[in-house]
Unconditional design. Structure first.
Ligand SMILES: Cc1cc2nc3c(=O)[nH]c(=O)nc-3n(C[C@H](O)[C@H](O)[C@H](O)COP(=O)(O)OP(=O)(O)OC[C@H]3O[C@@H](n4cnc5c(N)ncnc54)[C@H](O)[C@@H]3O)c2cc1C
Ligand code: FES
Length: 338
């Protein structure tokens, strides 16, 4: 039986149990969210013991070399000791600077990091509340803009989004970890057509990537498809229409599944609209963000339509997974991770 040493105490793991599951089962509070090896909020560092390769999937080489691992995908074969302060060494304090509704259920959160926080527009970060509650959010701002911008969708009963939308105030301190993810614009082929598609707050990284590509002087066509169930799910419509009117290569297509046809708003499934507007996709670069089912379906369709997999960058907004009996994200004991 493997054991994990965390904060000076040994915890036994059941066969095939992950470090995260084992710690949570035994009442230890550890930041986590997706439990699927994606969000990186459960990052830890091993001070001794062998870290399985799978537990480092998606981490930067510099982190791998320093024995960082994701607790939710770490099933050690022997004993493993977790270094104290491991992930904390990578976290940066930030102050909430502004909270501004962008629609009925989307909040723009502006953050001022208190230290260096390097990122590329479109990557995601882990936002940690003072009690250790952790969630991932994509970055909509450009690094030179100074403040970090996130778009947070209010989920009824959602712990972090409800806190941000109704309790958090400018001046509150949070911590940031990351960034992570490959969903960002890389200059180099300014003439390559770009396809950006997402639903809901999947617009956050796309809004950033579009502005980044334009700022980098992208000359090829840029198609931005933003989908929502109903018209009230769309946001930043005026701003994006204005941006498109200033750049002849930017084509912005807001789209809803249900509702009356507003000016310039398409009604119908997003994939059908993409097919109709962009029938030939060979040689394009695509960015897909938001709802996991949509991202996965679109990725497959774009691949079948001739896009190379290396040209499809996608971030699924996986929901926080549940530990037995709850949202699985709220530490069940005081946060001991700091
Ligand atoms: C890589 C990545 C990037 C992300 N970027 C963004 C972003 O830019 N903006 C944003 O608003 N969110 C984003 N998310 C989702 C975000 O991390 C949280 O899951 C979301 O804000 C809900 O957190 P919560 O604490 O409010 O809800 P929770 O308390 O975690 O969940 C409440 C209930 O809602 C369900 N739920 C949770 N998340 C979702 C979801 N995404 N869709 C549907 N149901 C859900 C849960 O299963 C639960 O039943 C991202 C997720 C990932 C993995
Ligand atoms: S990567 Fe482990 S909880 Fe998300």
């Amino acid at each position: 039986m493997s054991r994990v040493k965390y904060e000076a105490q040994w915890y036994p793991l059941e066969p095939e149990e992950s470090v995260l599951d084992g710690l949570l089962r035994q009442g230890v509070a550890v930041p986590h969210a997706c439990m699927a090896g994606v969000c990186q909020s459960c990052l830890m560092r091993a001070s001794s013991g062998a870290v399985p390769e799978k537990a480092q999937a998606g981490l930067k080489d510099t982190l791998k070399a320093r024995h960082y691992f994701l607790a939710c995908s770490c099933r050690p074969e022997g004993d493993l000791e977790v270094a104290s302060g491991g992930a904390d060494e990578l976290r940066v304090s930030a102050r909430i600077e502004a909270l501004e509704p962008l629609s009925e259920d989307v909040l723009r959160v502006r953050l001022r990091p208190q230290g260096a926080f390097e990122y590329r527009t479109g990557q995601y970060l882990t936002l940690l509340r003072a009690d250790g509650l952790a969630r991932s959010y994509s970055v909509a701002s450009l690094p030179h803009e100074g403040l970090l911008e996130l778009h947070v969708r209010l989920l009824p009963g959602g712990v972090m989004s409800t806190w941000l939308c109704s309790k958090a105030r400018p001046g509150d301190e949070v911590r940031l970890q990351g960034p992570a993810g490959e969903c960002f614009y890389l200059p180099g082929h300014p003439e390559q057509p770009l396809l950006l598609a997402g639903t809901g707050t999947g617009l956050a990284p796309l809004y950033g990537i579009v502005r980044d590509a334009l700022a980098e002087g992208h000359t090829g066509p840029i198609w931005l498809f933003h989908g929502a169930r109903e018209p009230k799910g769309l946001y930043l419509v005026g701003e994006l229409q204005r941006l498109a009117s200033q750049h002849s290569n930017l084509h912005y297509r807001p789209s809803v599944l249900e509702g009356r046809l507003g000016e310039g708003v398409h009604v119908g499934p997003l994939d059908a609209l993409i097919r109709a507007e962009c029938p030939k996709l060979v040689g394009w670069r695509a960015f897909l963000c938001g709802d996991p089912a949509l991202v996965s379906a679109l990725r497959k369709k774009l691949f079948l339509a001739g896009l190379s997999l290396k040209d499809i960058h996608a971030d699924s907004f996986l929901p926080s997974a549940s530990a037995p009996g709850g949202a699985g994200a709220t530490p069940r004991a005081p946060d001991t991770s700091r």
